[in-house]
Design a binder for this molecule. Structure first.
Ligand code: HEC
Ligand code: HEC
Ligand code: HEC
Ligand code: HEC
Ligand code: HEC
Ligand code: HEC
Ligand code: HEC
Ligand code: HEC
Length: 458
């Protein structure tokens, strides 16, 4: 074959390959954009918005909603009487698609989500956190921070316009103009509404992170998070139904344990359905029906572990929480009560250093430790957790309480305080602080073992 012929044959061959590749590609694109039958209203929205914001329309085109013919208008339509309704190119619509709007087609998910703590997350006005945000730091002026996680109270202005400040917002407990609480787009990225993205641990991590609730950090370097990182390609994260033990088994994600379906359990949008404790307050509390919720969680573990393993773990976890409560949280809380009752501290929160130490003890260090224990991250249980609680309690909170009392220069008060403090510090678990010999130290170690290490926990 001459060179010229060879080049001609090769060119033909390349052209053929390119043709085949192109037609495969076109087929694939056609399959992807199998958009269902649309209403004429939605067709009109598309005509304008496709060129205006491809970043809104293309994700929708790739969504199950598009396949099912659920278009722009099916979600954004509004009644003239809706508070946030406005006229838009001849259609009555609203910007916000609230849980009530989604409920027209997804009643179960909405019911579960709106009866969970998530939907109540913006009711924090009375909290100490809120004093910090509104007064100490002043962030309220920017509407960033708290409300981006917790949700804002959306305000509607004349003509359906949403007031800048509380809007834009996708916080999880947002108060919507129709009175409903919650925002589905807190987890479901619009306009894909794609379950694979919702199941990503980082979807939860946007809010469940940081010094006071580091669940994502805890998870990522726990055995479970490591397994997720190693095997995420094998988890079928994009499957419409996602049943642990059937559709995947290599690793649990946040969704698996707190929301996901197993061979025995249906999935749920109530993230509180499987937890026994609330670890958020200064002193941890067992939730109503806590034991029953724990049993539900065990059904998740049981797909991958034996009962000996997970029962053993839950005993360790409950003991940890009890140790934190009894040794540090209850005494620290009582100390603060003494200081307020006896007017050693004024009632304004956060303006005295003792208050800052107490706050860190439960809200930061104490929560980190408890969350680390709940989800198997040893460094968070100990060094970022109970270790910091102990250092704070013995070397920050107590000395500052002493200083605050001393500053009052009131001998009767000082005597009352010393009696109160010694009553706590003479308990077996705190005795070491006064100095002990080896035999005494052994006794204290045995006390711990008996008190928090007894078989069966609780
Ligand atoms: C004739 C063109 C046109 C049509 C038809 C149209 N829109 Fe729009 N839409 C616009 C333009 C222009 C804007 C303003 C964009 C901007 O400010 O960046 C807009 C804004 C919006 C907004 C945001 C309002 C805000 O203040 O944030 C929503 C929601 C919206 N359109 C939904 C729809 C829906 C749903 C339909 C179909 C019922 C629709 N649009 C039909 C042109 C159109
Ligand atoms: C499954 C329901 C759903 C469908 C279908 C839908 N949207 Fe939305 N859209 C939402 C949600 C949810 C938000 C976020 C607002 C909120 O937080 O409630 C939103 C926000 C918007 C916004 C304002 C936010 C921004 O980023 O500017 C525009 C504009 C908009 N949608 C246009 C459209 C258009 C155009 C279509 C059709 C291609 C469409 N939507 C289809 C649910 C939907
Ligand atoms: C007009 C009816 C309708 C409305 C309104 C609607 N959806 Fe859907 N949605 C569907 C249908 C139909 C499906 C396909 C699955 C099914 O049949 O349940 C679906 C599927 C989904 C899925 C799963 C997608 C997948 O690929 O597996 C999510 C997530 C979802 N919707 C979220 C929402 C959210 C959030 C809202 C409100 C912002 C909403 N939907 C509003 C009808 C609707
Ligand atoms: C990064 C997201 C994020 C930010 C920012 C944030 N929070 Fe939170 N907040 C959370 C999460 C997540 C929880 C639940 C923690 C848990 O259960 O471990 C929580 C818990 C709380 C609680 C306890 C609720 C209860 O039921 O006991 C209050 C109160 C609170 N936050 C108020 C605030 C305030 C006020 C601000 C701003 C000063 C703020 N938060 C900033 C995510 C956030
Ligand atoms: C805390 C995050 C989160 C919020 C908030 C949330 N979802 Fe989901 N949603 C998910 C996850 C994760 C899945 C996948 C569940 C699974 O794999 O079992 C999902 C799945 C779905 C599905 C698919 C069918 C199903 O039940 O598995 C629908 C429909 C849906 N969500 C609707 C909604 C609606 C409507 C809202 C608002 C009321 C909402 N979601 C709020 C995380 C969330
Ligand atoms: C947009 C922020 C945000 C996202 C995203 C989010 N959460 Fe939350 N979550 C919160 C806040 C805030 C609270 C505390 C609510 C309160 O008590 O007021 C909370 C509370 C919880 C609780 C405690 C519930 C209870 O009843 O005590 C669990 C468990 C939880 N979230 C799991 C998840 C999981 C799993 C995901 C992801 C699928 C997720 N969250 C996504 C903000 C968020
Ligand atoms: C292997 C299962 C598992 C995984 C994976 C998991 N959790 Fe948990 N989570 C638990 C258990 C168990 C508890 C403690 C339940 C109890 O109190 O009985 C818990 C507690 C919590 C709490 C309650 C904290 C409180 O203050 O009361 C939150 C919030 C939470 N998890 C969020 C998450 C997030 C976000 C992720 C992913 C980054 C995640 N979890 C991953 C099992 C899991
Ligand atoms: C999808 C499977 C799966 C589920 C569900 C699951 N685990 Fe695991 N778990 C694993 C794997 C894999 C490991 C790592 C084993 C190894 O490294 O050899 C592990 C490790 C552990 C460890 C050891 C941690 C360490 O650092 O040594 C504990 C404790 C544990 N799991 C408890 C639980 C509990 C409690 C639950 C339920 C709340 C649960 N697991 C749910 C798969 C799972």
């Amino acid at each position: 074959m001459s060179n010229k012929k060879l080049i001609a044959v090769l060119t033909l061959f390349v052209a053929f390959v390119a043709f085949v590749a192109l037609s495969i590609n076109t087929d694939a694109d056609a399959a992807k954009s199998k958009i269902g039958k649309l209403s004429k209203e939605s067709q009109a929205c598309l005509n304008c918005h496709k060129s205006l914001q491809p970043g809104i329309v293309q994700p929708w085109e790739e969504s199950t909603h598009a396949v099912k013919g659920v278009g722009c208008y099916e979600c954004h339509q509004a009644k003239k009487s809706d508070k946030d309704a406005f006229d838009h190119m001849g259609y009555t619509i609203s910007i916000i698609v609230s849980p009530t709007d989604c409920a027209r087609c997804h009643a179960r998910e909405v019911k579960e989500m709106t009866s969970s703590h998530h939907a109540m997350a913006n009711k924090f006005t009375g909290s100490l956190d809120n004093v910090l945000g509104r007064i100490v730091t002043g962030e309220a002026n920017f509407d960033l921070g708290c409300t981006q996680c917790h949700g804002s109270d959306v305000v509607v202005e004349k003509g359906g316009k949403l007031q800048v400040g509380p809007w834009p917002n996708t916080g999880i407990g947002r108060l919507n103009p129709d009175g409903s609480n919650g925002s589905c787009t807190a987890c479901h990225q619009r306009h894909f509404f794609n379950v694979e993205q919702a199941r990503e641990p980082k979807t939860c991590g946007k809010c469940h992170q940081g010094p006071d609730h580091p669940q994502i950090e805890i998870y990522e370097l726990s055995k479970h998070g490591i397994a997720y990182e190693a095997f995420k390609d094998k988890l079928n994260m994009g499957k419409a139904t996602w049943v642990l033990g059937k559709d995947y088994i290599n690793a649990p994600t946040c969704t698996t344990c707190h929301m996901g379906a197993t061979r025995q359990l249906a999935n749920t949008h109530d993230v509180g359905a499987r937890i026994k404790w609330t670890l958020r307050p200064p002193i941890s509390k067992v939730l109503p029906n806590g034991e029953q919720k724990r049993e539900t969680m065990k059904k998740v573990c049981s797909e991958c572990h034996t009962s000996n393993w997970y029962n053993g773990f839950f005993t360790q976890f409950d003991r940890y929480v009890e140790l934190y409560n009894e040794k540090f949280a209850i005494p620290a809380t009582n100390i603060m009560k003494f200081l307020y009752d006896n007017k050693v501290l004024d009632p304004t929160p956060f303006n005295e250093i003792t208050e800052i130490h107490y706050w860190h003890l439960w809200h930061h260090e104490g929560r980190r430790g408890r969350h680390g224990a709940a989800m198997h991250a040893p460094d968070w249980s100990h060094w970022h957790g109970m270790y910091e609680v102990a250092i704070n309690y013995y070397f920050m909170l107590l000395p500052e309480a002493d200083n605050a009392v001393a500053a009052k220069k009131d001998p009767a008060l000082t005597a009352k305080w010393v009696k109160f403090r010694d009553e706590i510090m003479n308990r077996t678990e705190h005795k070491w602080k006064k100095g002990m010999d080896a035999a005494e130290m052994r006794k204290v170690a045995e006390f711990y073992k008996k008190r928090y290490g007894k078989e069966g926990g609780q």
